[in-house]
Ligand binder design. Structure first.
Ligand SMILES: [Zn+2]
Length: 333
């Protein structure tokens, strides 16, 4: 810690005291207040200037001004360069700005409002990509290649499919417990199970699929006495057991793995692609075969009525999650 410095008034090295003080500044016509550190001579009380602390205060004021005015920060500009794998000079060329503009901003100069707003919109890779597509001739072949590759990988991260799937994973991610059959949510297996049933029957109504999934998980739990397959948890609902947030579930998979079609009987799930059941174990496949064979050709309300006779259903109240402890009472073996 610093406790001595040179005081001009006393003309000697003195003990100093550092005080945190809120000060108001006017920057580009805007008032900004900020907590800064001021250093005082212990002997005469005069303010003492120490370069390091002064620089820190200026950074702090600069940061406060940006925050209060929504001006992009240095860190955010650095993130843009990193995300699009582009240097400060090529970036300025691409935007049609002076070559050193971005470099100056990185050194602390506050961007004007228009430049700041432009930079902020470039957070969206689609906007950056459209500028890149128009102006890529301004870049060297090497710089162009790097940006194109960065955009390619961002394209995958930001694709509607990836966003949907990530939302789904985030929503269903939960600790293994008795309500999900002590099984971590496994999207890959869930999709394979669902498409397996949909392919067996050509199309399956959502109300029937809900039950097929439940029987599959319960039966696997019963046979292994320890684990389900998909990691979904199921609620006691009017028409039988249903996976948690099943509308959201099927909606998220729509146009990616399945198509949903409404008719007078309900909503039908139609597989969009043939997904190989490679991640399922032999034991899991046997469970699927048993459930598919049992309910093949049954309409949704027959499966629903059948599920109403299961102890797991009878013994739980409406809207409650059904614990997998009931698996041992399941009618299927
Ligand atoms: Zn002094």
């Amino acid at each position: 810690m610093l406790n001595t410095a040179y005081c001009y008034m006393c003309d000697q090295d003195v003990d100093v005291i550092i005080k945190k003080e809120v000060e108001a500044y006017s920057i580009k016509g805007t008032d900004v207040s900020c907590e800064v550190e001021n250093v005082f001579c212990q002997k005469c009380g005069a303010q003492v200037y120490i370069t390091m602390i002064n620089d820190r205060n200026l950074d702090c004021i600069n940061q406060a001004y940006r925050e209060q005015n929504g001006i992009i920060t240095i860190h955010e500009i650095e993130e843009l360069l990193e995300r699009y794998d582009i240097g400060a000079k090529p970036f300025a060329h691409l935007l049609g700005w002076g070559e050193v503009t971005i470099i100056r901003y990185l050194k602390g100069q506050i961007p004007d409002r228009i430049h700041s707003d432009t930079l902020k919109t470039l957070n969206d890779p689609r906007i950056f990509a459209s500028i890149f597509n128009q102006s890529q001739h301004k870049l060297t072949p090497v710089a162009k290649k790097k940006v194109a590759e960065a955009l390619q990988s961002l394209n995958e991260i930001y694709s509607p499919t990836t966003i949907k799937v990530n939302n789904l994973l985030a929503a269903y991610n939960s600790q293994p417990d008795i309500y999900n059959g002590f099984t971590q949510f496994n999207l890959e297996k869930l999709i394979q199970v669902m498409l397996y049933f949909a392919l067996v029957e050509g199309a399956v109504y959502i109300t029937k699929m809900n039950k097929l999934l439940w029987y599959t998980d319960m039966l696997h739990y019963k046979r292994t006495e320890s684990m389900a397959i998909t990691g979904l948890s199921y609620k006691h609902n009017y028409h039988g057991p249903t996976p948690k947030w099943y509308d959201f579930l099927y909606g998220s998979l729509q146009d990616v793995y399945i198509t949903l079609i409404d008719d007078e009987f309900g909503t039908k799930i139609i597989p969009l692609k043939d997904v190989p059941t490679t991640s399922l174990t032999e034991e899991e496949m046997k469970v699927l075969d048993t459930v598919a064979l049992k309910f093949r050709g049954w309409n949704a309300s027959s499966v629903s009525e059948y599920s109403h006779l299961e102890k797991a259903y009878l013994e739980n109240s409406h809207n409650d999650f059904i614990p997998f402890t009931w698996a041992k009472e399941l009618s299927l073996n």
